[in-house]
Design a binder for this molecule. Structure first.
Ligand code: NDP
Ligand code: OXD
Length: 317
């Protein structure tokens, strides 16, 4: 399939949620695709054949009705969920890595080490002026579980394996890997969760993953486990997480993503002593790397060639 219009011209529409950031995306794409016409939303919407964006407004697809492809400015595509009337046959393509993998590795390894090596407990001891050695779980017994083993999850899993952790992964489709214990399907989730002293959520938000980590599944985690959510807030039932922590089943959680962002000021997560929070920064979209990748895919798509990272509309990721 080619994305060209009647004039065979590649017309790209940039929709950045922060209008002040749109010009640098326009410039970056224009520099990489000099033959294209690149404009910032809403200019050129009616003529655009491709869009690059994040969180488009409600009237976006009605005004950009000739779009054949939409490139997400991130790895996730759930920001399109509210849009019920996408142009027929619209292809949705997401960012694959482009510098996000290394950031995810840093973030997740930091949180696993933090919990396993009890650094927060040492900080508390320091505040009390106490010199005390704390016992830790032998590393061979400290399993780490990844819900999602895709472009980002696999990099995190491999980094944790290289640090010496026993790593398990749960995916939608069955996988077999030498150094990672792989699980999938409803009948394997309990075994997977039961091995996770730290559980890292790194799956997309889809109909199948929404609310997946509820009270029943959180109870399958070992006593004292720690949860790291770097995927999407709605994969987790926030109230069930709070209850699991408050009754002492979970030691706590590190949360980068939330059901509602920014997190409302009156949300109980803010002041919770067992919750560590960051404002959706685990892996940020890097302009240069992302523009290189998107421009390459745009050019291939325009020539009618296949591209990676295309979302399967039946799966939602
Ligand atoms: P991929 O599509 O490459 O990988 C997704 C993984 O999730 C796959 O292993 C897939 O299984 C698995 N998965 C999908 N559905 C289910 C399910 N129902 N049950 C179990 N596993 C499932 O995505 P990425 O690795 O690139 O990104 C993952 C997510 O990370 C993004 O969708 C986004 O939400 C989040 N993200 C968050 C960021 C942040 O800053 N917090 C930054 C970037 C991404 P299978 O292998 O069978 O397909
Ligand atoms: C993404 C994100 O999906 O930043 O890329 O959450």
């Amino acid at each position: 399939m080619s994305t060209n219009g009647p004039s065979d011209e590649l017309r790209i529409l940039v929709m950045h949620p922060d209008p002040a950031a749109a010009p640098e995306w326009v410039q970056a794409l224009q520099a990489r695709l000099p033959e294209a016409r690149v404009s910032a939303w809403p200019e050129g919407a009616a003529e655009a054949t491709c869009a690059v964006g994040w969180g488009p407004p409600g009237d976006f697809f009605a005004r950009a009705a000739r779009l054949k492809a939409f490139f997400s400015m991130g790895a996730g595509v759930d920001h399109l969920h509210g849009h019920t009337a996408l142009p027929p046959g619209l292809r949705v393509i997401r960012i694959e890595d482009a510098g996000m993998g290394a950031q995810m590795v840093q973030y997740c390894c930091h949180e696993v080490l933090q919990h396993h090596r009890r650094f927060a407990d040492y900080e508390a001891l320091q505040r009390e002026g106490r010199w005390k050695t704390l016992e830790i779980t032998p590393q061979k017994d400290f399993g780490v579980g990844l819900l999602g083993l895709g472009v980002l999850g696999e990099q995190v899993a491999r980094a944790l394996v290289s640090l010496g952790y026993p790593v398990s992964a749960f995916t939608r489709s069955p996988r077999t890997l030498d150094d990672i214990a792989c699980f999938s399907g409803e009948d394997e989730i309990e075994t997977f969760l039961g091995r996770a002293r730290v559980l890292i959520l790194l799956a997309p938000l889809t109909e199948a993953t929404r609310g997946l980590l509820d009270a029943r599944r959180l109870a399958m985690l070992p006593q004292g486990a720690w949860l790291v959510n770097v995927a999407r807030g709605a994969i987790l039932v926030e109230q069930d997480l709070l209850s699991a922590i408050d009754r002492g089943h979970l030691a706590g959680a590190t949360l980068d993503v939330f059901g509602k962002e920014p997190l409302p000021q009156d949300h109980p997560f803010w002041g919770h002593p067992r919750i560590r929070m960051t404002p959706h920064v685990a892996a940020r979209t890097l302009l240069r790397e992302s523009a290189d990748q998107i421009a390459g895919k745009l050019a291939r798509l325009h020539r009618g060639e296949a591209v990676g990272g295309e979302v399967d509309p039946t799966l939602g990721y």
